[in-house]
Design a protein around this ligand. Structure first.
Ligand code: ADP
Length: 629
């Protein structure tokens, strides 16, 4: 009984009515399970009817078989009662089997489509959305929606049938006693509704308190949080603050248990009162000869089964609404448009890709929060999202990078270099103008062919928590071990990996073996070599590497970039000097372009940047030239 009340959220359904569209959509979503759903409901119906039999059999036993001293009738009735018990048990299992198959199947379908949909959302979605909120959508709401279809729907149907069938049987047996048994009901149901609501509120509060406590734990127990606590030496304060939160969870737990118990006790009390009334008044009727003893026994057996479903039905409306809310929350995510996705008429980039990149009067502003996310997935779920896009970040950038050439983007921080580099692999789409690869607008080609053509090495290359080998193979699943080793040799990282305790099978990533910045970048370059794309976008590390690592990285770069069109957000003089063309970006515009010597001679922004940033770097003597063009 108690579980009807848990997890219901009256706030979330306030002012809601049955939304026909949502119901229709749920029905469509459940299409593969319709046959099973009907089977499930049919079993419920049969079960409700079968369960009516035992009290009638008791009556027959008491009123006829016993007074008649008819032993064979006693045996037959006994056997039937046993058979009914078995059938009932079998039906219950069957019911669970259907509901589990429907429920788990539905969870799978929703999870799978949510995962796929979310992964294909643009980066802008992930930069805004709270990961926790998203994961909760994939876990809790999906399960909530599933419960709507098998749990709540099943319960409502089953309770309704039980109540109707039992009442019919009761009235047919003895209508006066039945009415009497029902008289006590309102006295219970009205306060029960109130206690039920109170219990809902307590449950919701308990969930929030639990969440707060859990957040504290997850924040303190990760490496960075634990380190902070240690370095600032505050374990006592931490304990006090945690105890405070955990204490509230304890208090609300006691409260919730008490309300729950009061609720259950009241229900049992009503049941007992109803039974007492039936026996009390019924006994007089028996004495008067109006009814038989068997009728009293049958009625009291029925009455015990009717209060619980009746109480549950008084809140069925809230139950159904709540579960619909879960569906709505799932649909809300599934309905988010995917602005950066394959166009309906997208074609693969014509192979082989030469790698000519063209920026044609590119204007760009970051999309507004409202257009890339939904409020309920943000940090503060109730925040109203702004629909103002950012200021112009790129203001009419035009450039052509011929196949195999290397272009260095140079400019002050915040000028728009990273943004510009993100437009080529379509992490963002231009606001106006166009980005073309081999003369084809990137918005018209398939995402998969575009990402095959482009390799990106970011400043802090991410590695999954997996082996070195698997991380590398992510770039090309079909790569052989020999190819992986070749790529790592070329990227000057093989010796480092070979020296690891488990070599290529060493676990890396956030919780694994920690590679240094320079090592990670070389690993990322090895990934690019394996992928062998026509275009490479590289965000050079700003962090200072020691000169030995620097030589290794430069050598790896030279291997990775040769013969490929490369766009490098350059921070090192050596890279800049090796570039075929330097584009100097400032406040979203290309303000100068040319080679190092020309730009120095021109005495503009580049010359200034050179004076303040690059001139102190001494080009490494062993520096290989990435491009000989
Ligand atoms: P750079 O790489 O030259 O340092 P960026 O391309 O990273 O410059 O940033 C250019 C400008 O865009 C900066 O002013 C930055 O604040 C802004 N910006 C970056 N990301 C976003 C975003 N998601 N939403 C709004 N503005 C952004």
């Amino acid at each position: 009984m108690f579980h009807h009340v848990l997890g219901r959220d009256p706030e979330a359904i306030k002012g809601k009515t049955f939304d026909k569209d949502v119901v229709k959509r749920v029905w469509r979503f459940a299409r593969p399970y319709r046959a099973m759903l009907f089977g499930f409901l049919a079993v419920i119906v049969v079960d409700a009817v079968v369960a009516l039999a035992p009290p009638l059999l008791f009556k027959r036993l008491i009123d006829h078989a016993i007074p008649d001293r008819n032993l064979s009738a006693v045996n037959v009735i006994g056997l039937i009662i046993v058979a009914v018990a078995f059938v009932d048990a079998g039906l219950t299992v069957l019911q669970r089997w259907w509901s589990a198959r429907i429920g788990e199947g539905l969870i799978f379908d929703m999870r799978s489509s949510l995962f796929d949909h979310v992964l294909r959302m643009p980066v802008s979605f992930f930069t805004r959305t709270q990961t926790g909120a998203l994961i909760s959508r994939l876990n809790n709401d999906v399960v909530g929606a599933q419960q709507a279809l098998t749990g709540t729907l099943g319960q409502v149907v089953s309770n309704l049938l039980t109540v109707v069938a039992t009442l019919v049987a009761m009235f047919a047996l003895e209508w006066r006693l039945t009415l009497l048994a029902l008289v006590v009901l309102p006295a219970f149901i009205i306060p029960a509704k109130r206690v039920g609501r109170k219990l809902q509120r307590i449950t919701r509060e308990a969930m929030q308190l639990n969440a707060t406590m859990n957040t504290t734990m997850t924040e303190r127990f990760n490496v960075a949080g634990a380190l902070l606590v240690k370095l600032f030496g505050r374990p006592d304060e931490e304990k006090a603050s945690f105890d405070d939160k955990a204490g509230r969870v304890r208090d609300i737990g006691v409260k919730s248990a008490m309300y729950g118990r009061v609720f259950m006790t009241a229900l049992m009390l009503v049941g007992a009162l109803g039974t007492a009334a039936i026996y009390w008044v019924g006994a007089r009727l028996v004495i008067d000869g109006a009814i038989t003893i068997g009728t009293i026994v049958a009625l009291s057996a029925y009455v015990a089964r009717i209060y619980q479903p009746l109480t549950a039905l008084t809140n069925a409306h809230v139950d159904l609404m709540t579960t619909l809310v879960s569906f709505e929350r799932v649909f809300e995510v599934l309905d988010m448009p995917r602005p950066i996705d394959d166009a309906p008429d997208a074609t693969p980039l014509p192979a082989p890709v030469a790698g000519r990149v063209e920026l044609d009067d590119v204007w760009f502003r970051y999309p507004s929060p409202a257009s890339v996310s939904i409020a309920s997935l943000e940090a503060d779920g109730s925040a109203v999202l702004s629909d103002e896009p950012s200021d112009w970040i790129l203001r009419g950038v035009s450039a052509v990078i011929e196949p195999g050439r290397m272009v260095a983007l140079v400019g002050p921080s915040g000028a728009g270099k990273t943004t510009l580099s993100m437009l080529v692999p379509r992490l963002y789409d231009v606001t106006s103008g166009a980005v073309r690869v081999d003369g084809v607008d990137v918005r018209g080609v398939t995402m998969s062919s575009l990402s095959d053509a482009i390799g990106v090495v970011s400043q802090d290359a991410h590695l999954f928590h997996d082996t070195v080998r698997s991380n590398l193979r992510y770039a090309r699943p079909t790569a052989t071990d020999a190819e992986i080793v070749d790529a790592c040799r070329a990227a000057r990282i093989h010796d480092v990996i070979a020296a690891l305790p488990d070599g290529y099978d060493t676990l890396v990533g956030e919780r694994g073996y920690r590679l240094s910045g320079g090592e990670k970048q070389r690993l990322a370059l090895a990934r690019v070599l394996l992928k062998a794309p026509a275009i490479v976008i590289l965000d050079e590390a700003t962090a200072h590497l020691d000169s030995e690592t620097e030589v290794l990285v430069q050598a790896a770069l030279a291997e990775a970039l040769v013969g490929r069109t490369s766009i490098v957000i350059a921070h090192r003089l050596s890279t800049i000097q090796a570039a075929d063309e330097i584009l100097v970006v400032d406040a979203g515009r290309i303000v100068e372009r040319g080679r190092h010597a020309e730009l120095i001679a021109a005495g503009g922004l580049y010359a200034e940047l050179y004076e303040t940033q690059f001139s102190r770097q001494s080009p490494s003597p062993a520096l290989p030239q990435p491009n000989s063009a």
